[in-house]
Design a protein around this ligand. Structure first.
Ligand SMILES: C[S@@+](CC[C@H](N)C(=O)[O-])C[C@H]1O[C@@H](n2cnc3c(N)ncnc32)[C@H](O)[C@@H]1O
Length: 277
């Protein structure tokens, strides 16, 4: 389906039988996966409804049911090394933090489209999204990987080594804002092509401002979790993280320094392109 289709991340009206779940990103792996077994009782046709609301232009609205998400994931080309990292991470605490394979594939494609050589990631965890990026960087490319947790960084470094990309990754262990500020102080402003932010939600505006200095005109900053499990759209939800992401999204809408596209993939990602001045 093309143009007129609106993708919705909100749960379908039909209930699911959740046998075992492992992701806040509503990641549903193919039936063969050991990690997941969410079973939808929705029929295929329930994934698509025709909106009768004219404000949507009577367009088709897709709900990503587990059945449909199985299909999407079955069409992701996930490198073997990433699959192994995902499976190892699934045995660890907080494995739901990892981006989904379809998100990682999109990040890698953005890096390739840009022809990016210099990238930054804020929030590495065990390295799934950073490895997806490092794999597609040229041999002389560089990814600055910012993460405060030394334990999960050990897993990430093991996989960078195994994938043969360690020479492309500059791991900065510690608080990401400190690392970004020191990169600015080192005269690296305007020298990066691509950045991905997937860390502390209350820091989003600060990360964004720092990255806007580090990224060149025409470069991208991709912000993860911008839909925050759908909570951003519900005015009754007022916990600090939701309010923070909601405020960030609102501010970004009016920010003329970037063009933006909010993409309903995973937990929602906004792709921001720095306007060339
Ligand atoms: C959602 S996870 C990142 C997932 C990762 N992008 C992936 O796909 O596997 C967020 C990570 O950010 C790290 N983090 C949170 N706040 C941070 C900070 N202020 N500085 C550096 N890292 C931080 C956490 O330790 C955690 O590992």
């Amino acid at each position: 389906m093309s143009g007129g289709v609106i993708h919705s991340l909100f749960p379908p009206a039909t209930p699911f039988t959740a046998v075992r779940s492992c992701s806040r990103r509503r990641l549903v792996l193919p039936a063969s996966s050991a990690c997941w077994s969410l079973r939808s009782v929705a029929s295929k046709s329930e994934a698509v409804t025709i909106s009768t609301d004219q404000s949507y232009g009577n367009k088709q609205v897709i709900t990503i049911t587990p059945l449909l998400y199985d299909y999407i994931l079955a069409n992701v080309r996930e490198p073997q090394i990433l699959r192994e990292l995902r499976e190892e991470t699934a045995t660890m605490r907080n494995s739901q933090m990892q981006v989904s394979p379809d998100q990682a594939q999109l990040l890698a494609m953005l890096v390739q489209i840009l022809g990016a050589k210099r990238c930054i990631e804020v929030g590495v965890y065990t390295g799934y999204s950073s490895l997806a990026v490092a794999l597609v960087l040229p041999e002389n490319g560089c990814l600055v990987a910012c993460e405060r947790d030394p334990v999960c960084l050990e897993v990430a470094k093991k996989y960078y080594e195994r994938a043969g990309v360690m020479h492309k990754v500059d791991v900065k262990q510690g608080l990401a804002a400190v690392a970004l500020k020191s990169m600015i102080n080192n005269g690296e402003s305007g020298s990066y092509d691509f950045a991905f932010v997937d860390a502390e939600k209350k820091m989003y505006q600060e990360y964004f401002e720092l990255l806007l200095q580090l990224v060149r005109g025409g470069g991208l900053i991709v912000m993860d979790n911008v839909l925050w499990h759908g909570k951003v759209a519900d005015p009754l939800v007022t916990d600090p993280k939701t309010v923070s992401i909601r405020n960030f999204n609102r501010t970004l809408m009016e920010d003329e320094r970037v063009s933006i596209s909010m993409v309903p993939i995973g937990d929602g990602m906004t792709i921001c392109r720095k306007i060339c001045s």
